[in-house]
Design a protein around this ligand. Sequence first.
Ligand SMILES: Cc1cc2nc3c(=O)[nH]c(=O)nc-3n(C[C@H](O)[C@H](O)[C@H](O)COP(=O)(O)OP(=O)(O)OC[C@H]3O[C@@H](n4cnc5c(N)ncnc54)[C@H](O)[C@@H]3O)c2cc1C
Length: 425
Amino acid sequence: MRVAIVGAGIAGGSLAWFLRERLGERGRIDVYEASERVGGRLRAVSLGGTQFEAGGKHIHERNRCIGSFVDRLGLDRQSVGHGDAGRIGVWDGDRFAVTTSPSKPVTLFRLLSRYGLSPRRARNRTRAVADRFDDIYDHPGTAFATPTALLGSVGLADLQSQSGHEYLTDSGVDPQFVNELIAGTTRTIYGQDPALNAFACLTALTGMGGDTYTLGLSNATLCDRLFTAAEATVRTETPVERVTLGPDGARLTASTGSRDYDAVCLATPAESAGIELSGVTQPAGYGDREISELSVAYVAGRLDPEAFGEQSPEDVPGVVVTSADSTAGFVHLRDVSERAGRPAYKLTTQGGATPELLDSLFATIDETAEVSWRAFPRLDPESPTPPFRLADGLYYVNAMESIVSTMETQAIAARSVANLVVRDR
Ligand SMILES: Cc1cc2nc3c(=O)[nH]c(=O)nc-3n(C[C@H](O)[C@H](O)[C@H](O)COP(=O)(O)OP(=O)(O)OC[C@H]3O[C@@H](n4cnc5c(N)ncnc54)[C@H](O)[C@@H]3O)c2cc1C
C-alpha cells in the first residue's frame, strides 16, 4: 500500500500516525510539504529569545486524540491558565462594555447584574455539547463519509446549520451577553462574530473555559514526532502541483517529479494549496470556501493606557477582547509580560499590526514578531461541506474545516480518513 499525504501540519501528522497503526509494516507513507518546515499552522515565534505560539496554541484536556499522541510520544504538557493575564475587558472600540475584577464575588456581581443567568446558561449548553461530542471517541474505527456524518453520529449535526447567536439566544441566553463576552471569545479564536456556526461557537467557548495546555517545546514538535513515529518519509520544500486519477490509482506530480500511489490524501485546505485535480469531479466546498485572515503579533513595549481611556497601563485589563461589531482595529490583546520577562503583549488582528495600529496602542515598542495567516475557512452556518473521500484513491482531511478548525478535530478527521483509506483498499 503506497499512500501520499499532502501537507505536514497536524492533520498530516495525525493521518500518518493512524495509517501506520492500521497498516502495520505493510504501507509506505510519503509526506509532501510545500514549505521548508513541518507544523503548518502550528508555529512558534521568538520575542527576545522567548518562544511564543503564533498559531494553534491551546490543547484542551478533553482532547483525547491529541492527548494520546502527547502521552504516547512522551511530550511535556504546560498548563495554560486563562486567568494568568489578570482581568478581562470587553472593548467596543470606544469603551469597556464590561470588565471582570480580581475579586471573584465582584466579578459575579457584575456579570449577574448585567447578564442575569445568561453566563450560567451558556456554560451549561457548552458543557452539554462537549459531553455529547466526547461520544465521538467511541467510534475509533468508523469511516465517516463526510464531516456532517461525523457530527451526526453524536447527534450534533444540527449545530452546523444554525448560528451560535441563534442557538444560544434560543436557549435563553441574553443577546447582550452573546454580543459581548461570547463575541469576545469567538472573535479571539476565529476572528468571527457569534454569527458563525453553533458548533464552532461552542467549541470556542469550551476552549476558553480553561483546562488547556500547550507543549513544552513548540506545538509544531508534535507533527515532527508523529511523522517519525509513523516512519513516514517527509519531503519539505516539495509543493504538490497536480493529482491525476486513473484506473490504477493516483499519480501525484510535485515540484520534483511524479509518482504513483494507491491513495493520495490532501491534508491542507484546497483554497491555499494550488493543486490541480484531474479525473475528478470537484464537489461543492472543495476549493471555493472564503478564507479568514488573522495576524498574530507579539509586541515588546509599553501600552499607551490612553488608548483605552485609562491613566496607567496597570488599569487596562490584561485580556482585552472585542465585542460584536467592535470598531477597534484589533480582535484581541493579551498581556504576556510575565512569560516575556518585560512588558509585552499578544495582539491579534484581521488586517495585520500596521504601524498606525501599533502607534495608537503603544507608547513605546522595543521589538515585534508577527505571523499573518490564511487562518481557516469562514465558519458560517450552511457553508458547503465537501466529503472526506473525493474519489476512488483521493481523500480530503480538511473537509472538516467547513465546520470547525482545531488541532483535535483535524486529528479526528484524519482518523476517519485513515479508516476510509484502509476500508477502500
Ligand atoms: C492564529 C491561529 C490560532 C489558532 N489557535 C488554535 C488553538 O489554540 N487550538 C487549536 O486546537 N487550534 C487552533 N487553531 C487551529 C489549528 O491551528 C488548525 O486547525 C490546524 O493547525 C490545522 O492543521 P492542518 O494540518 O489541517 O493544516 P495546516 O497546519 O495548514 O497544514 C497544511 C500544510 O500543507 C502545506 N501545503 C499547502 N499546500 C501544499 C502543496 N500544494 N503541496 C504540499 N504541501 C502543501 C502547508 O505548507 C502546510 O504546512 C488556530 C489557528 C490559527 C491560524
